[in-house]
Design a protein around this ligand. Structure first.
Ligand SMILES: Cc1cc2nc3c(=O)[nH]c(=O)nc-3n(C[C@H](O)[C@H](O)[C@H](O)COP(=O)(O)OP(=O)(O)OC[C@H]3O[C@@H](n4cnc5c(N)ncnc54)[C@H](O)[C@@H]3O)c2cc1C
Length: 371
């Protein structure tokens, strides 16, 4: 450990999707910053690994997310130009459930309120438009042509590799052990060094609770699974509300492999001790449900554990800490945060450097839990 305490304008704790995007945006704004990550680059122990993530506009969770996701689409397209790679694939997305289901109603409300293009399809429309599926028990779906997916790990790689090195330093395999906010600075102690900064941004995913104990967060163990499937061109992103009331979703096949997962089948965990082994019965159970809708779903390829960090209301926390003006928080993404990472990153840069953001993020303040 060196005696000299290095000082930065901003330190970012955690380099998953949020932290990597924040570091990229900070360096673009020419702010001297340090990002600290306990694991290696693009590791598979947090919440941001895997090839792909869903992006959609008709946000059933709340219409207030729509302006943010619309901004995110612009960022993803800008990043594609900046990095010269494909990050966003608008393959369309359908959500299949009963018309009176809150997810269906919420999606339609958000779409109508914010003029997002959508179609309401019945069982016959669905069978004609998407012949690779069997809609045996599904009568309706809301289809969003602008929905699609993002190349997730590719995005992290781009942010990390294209960082402006004159302004930004990334430290991997270094674990933050303590943060100490004082009136004029924050001291950050790791297993290797002591640093200080004017502003700290906490992007610690499932580990965030340790650093922001006043915020109600719970980590959950999730799994995703990859099976063989021929590269059928009629498969968009799909969400099915199954007879077991599971939310089963999946992606178009890429190179003969299809990723599927449940959005709502999870168990509370501690990120340091979580069981990272996927059991055969978990694979069989999702295969059985998915195969009913996708008759050509083939052999199992691999499965992985991934972590959700939930808040009690399943909305994010993106704010400046009310108690400490020099701590900024991006946490509790509740299984739907990836698509927002560019706009969350830009909002955090604003919060850390100007104390407020131009983006409408007030509804994501942690104070909503303080009563
Ligand atoms: C299976 C699965 C599917 C998902 N699907 C979607 C989807 O389709 N669409 C969507 O928008 N979102 C989706 N999400 C959610 C989205 O991926 C997450 O919201 C997002 O990736 C969270 O990023 P993060 O940076 O907050 O967390 P993480 O990626 O976990 O990053 C946090 C980082 O902080 C580091 N860290 C923690 N503590 C310390 C410490 N003490 N010292 C140093 N470093 C530390 C961790 O090692 C980690 O790298 C999904 C999530 C999962 C798990």
């Amino acid at each position: 450990m060196s005696d000299h305490i290095q000082h930065y304008e901003v330190i970012v704790l955690g380099l998953g999707a949020m932290g990597s995007a924040v570091m990229y945006e900070l360096s673009q704004s020419k702010i001297q910053c340090l990002g600290i990550e306990q694991f290696t680059p693009i590791h598979d122990l947090g919440s941001s690994h895997g090839q792909t993530r869903v992006i959609r506009k008709a946000y059933f969770e709340h219409p207030d997310y729509v302006p943010l996701v619309l901004e995110s689409y612009k960022f993803w397209e800008k990043y594609e130009k900046e990095f010269g790679v494909e990050l966003l694939v608008k393959c369309g997305l359908f959500t299949s459930t009963d018309l009176d289901h809150p997810v269906y109603q919420g999606s339609r409300l958000s779409a109508q309120k914010h003029y997002v293009e959508f179609e309401e399809l019945n069982q016959i429309d669905l069978a004609v438009k998407f012949p690779s599926f069997s809609f045996f028990d599904q009568k309706f779906a809301l289809y969003e042509p602008s929905g699609g997916y993002l190349f997730a790990e590719r995005a992290l790689e781009c942010w990390q590799k294209n960082i402006h090195e004159k302004y930004a330093t990334l430290q991997f395999e270094e674990k933050v052990q303590n943060i100490e906010p004082e009136s004029s600075k924050v001291t950050v102690t790791t297993n290797k060094n002591i640093y200080s900064c004017d502003q700290l941004i906490v992007c610690a995913g499932a580990w965030a609770k340790k650093f922001i104990p006043h915020v109600p967060l719970q980590a959950y163990r999730m799994t995703y699974h990859v099976f063989e499937h021929d590269d059928a061109k009629d498969i968009p992103i799909f969400f099915f509300n199954t007879p077991k009331n599971n939310w089963l979703y999946g992606f178009p096949p890429i190179d003969g492999k299809m990723k599927i997962a449940y959005h709502n089948v999870h168990e509370p965990c501690d990120p340091d001790t979580v069981n990272r082994f996927v059991q055969q019965k978990e694979i069989e159970s999702i295969y059985e449900e998915a195969r009913a809708y996708l008759p050509k779903l083939g052999k199992h390829v691999f499965s992985k554990v991934c972590l959700y960090t939930m808040t009690p209301d399943e909305h994010f926390i993106v704010c400046k800490c009310s108690k400490y003006n020099n701590i900024n928080i991006a946490a509790g993404f509740s299984g739907h945060g990836f698509k927002f990472s560019p706009v969350v990153a830009r909002a955090l840069v604003d919060l850390a450097t100007q104390g407020k953001s131009i983006y409408p993020i007030e509804f994501l303040h942690s104070d909503r839990f303080s009563n």
